[in-house]
Design a protein around this ligand. Structure first.
Ligand SMILES: NC(=O)c1ccc[n+]([C@@H]2O[C@H](COP(=O)([O-])OP(=O)(O)OC[C@H]3O[C@@H](n4cnc5c(N)ncnc54)[C@H](OP(=O)(O)O)[C@@H]3O)[C@@H](O)[C@H]2O)c1
Length: 295
């Protein structure tokens, strides 16, 4: 067997970062860059750690992900989500490493009615979206040849606060929950995205990719599927009504894209792999969380 492939994971203790650690294929050696020990706001520290590790691959799962807080903390968001990836790209170039960076559907304006392709015009509507787009642009500007920018959406998984857990909690506490029904997108299970990142790495077909689970739904449909799936697995939930509401009935500081479906054709063509449907992925998550149906 040859030398292991050395991978430094930035944001290793985040929701996706922890799943990327679990999904590490045989033959890789991991250096986990946990926040705050590895802080994108401290470029010299990040440079020192990367230079000492001399990685073959840098994976960036770190970000300022509090979408509403970003509206008030625009500078901080730009430093972490915009300049951070630029720093990693410069270091990847210097160290001849591949950079894998995770981005978001929020770089689009949400006004489309057909799934966004990688080359479509961007038009972020929120400070978070603008900061993430700045991160993509910073990578491109560094002239790094070997990089993947992978945009994803509606992420959930076993290692973080997420929509599925919020719905399970609310459904256990309340008879009625009200969920936005006019935003359409694709939920994405972190396990599937982590697997997708490693499949892309194998291809060496560098560039920008979209990866979310297949299929589409509104947040309301997603909530209904979560409650139904949880009940099928024996969860005792109080909720009786899941009421569809409009975005304007649930105002938040940061605007959300009304439509954020992304075309996964480029990923499928590069890897030769299908993308699991969101309902199937949710089933796997609930199996693990609550036990299998009828078990
Ligand atoms: N969650 C979603 O729905 C979603 C959708 C589309 C795209 N994405 C993208 O997917 C990636 C992973 O997201 P996630 O959901 O796993 O987010 P997450 O759980 O919030 O993880 C992000 C990690 O980055 C860390 N971090 C914050 N500031 C940092 C800094 N200055 N330097 C280094 N690390 C820092 C966080 O630490 P603390 O937790 O201690 O602050 C956390 O461990 C991000 O790039 C995000 O933009 C997420």
């Amino acid at each position: 067997m040859g030398a292991p492939i050395k991978l430094v994971l930035i944001g290793a203790n985040g929701m996706l970062g922890q799943t990327v650690q679990e999904a590490l294929p045989v033959g890789y050696e991991l250096v986990a860059g946990n926040y705050p020990q590895v802080d994108l706001l401290q470029p010299s520290l990040v440079a020192k750690i990367l230079q000492e590790s001399s990685p073959d691959i840098i994976v960036n799962c770190a970000a300022h992900t509090a979408v509403d807080a970003c509206e008030k903390e625009q500078e901080l968001a730009l430093h972490i989500n915009g300049e951070g990836p630029g720093l990693l790209a410069a270091l990847a170039k210097k160290l001849a490493a591949v950079l894998v960076h995770v981005s978001t559907d929020y770089v689009f304006d949400g006004a489309s009615s057909i799934p966004y392709r990688e080359e479509d015009d961007t038009g972020p509507q929120s400070a978070y979206g603008r900061s993430k787009l700045a991160g993509e642009q910073a990578i491109l500007e560094r002239g790094l040849e070997r990089f993947f920018i992978v945009r994803t959406s509606w992420l959930y998984g076993p290692h973080g606060k997420n929509f599925v857990e919020t719905i399970l909690r609310l459904a256990g506490e309340k008879e009625e929950i009200r969920i936005v029904a006019d935003q359409i997108g694709s939920p994405t299970l972190t396990d599937d995205l982590a697997g997708g990142l490693f499949r892309l790495l194998k291809t060496e077909l560098f560039g920008v990719y979209h990866f979310s689970n297949e299929g589409k739904c509104s947040w309301h449909e997603f909530a209904c599927a979560i409650v139904e799936g949880a009940r099928q697995r024996g969860a005792k939930l109080k909720v009786e009504r899941i009421v569809p509401i409009r975005t304007e009935d649930y105002p938040l500081p940061a605007p959300r894209p009304a439509f954020s479906l992304m075309d996964k054709g480029k990923y499928r063509a590069a890897t030769g792999c299908d993308v699991p449907h969101w309902r199937e992925a949710l089933g796997r998550y609930l199996d693990r969380r609550l036990g299998k149906i009828g078990a």
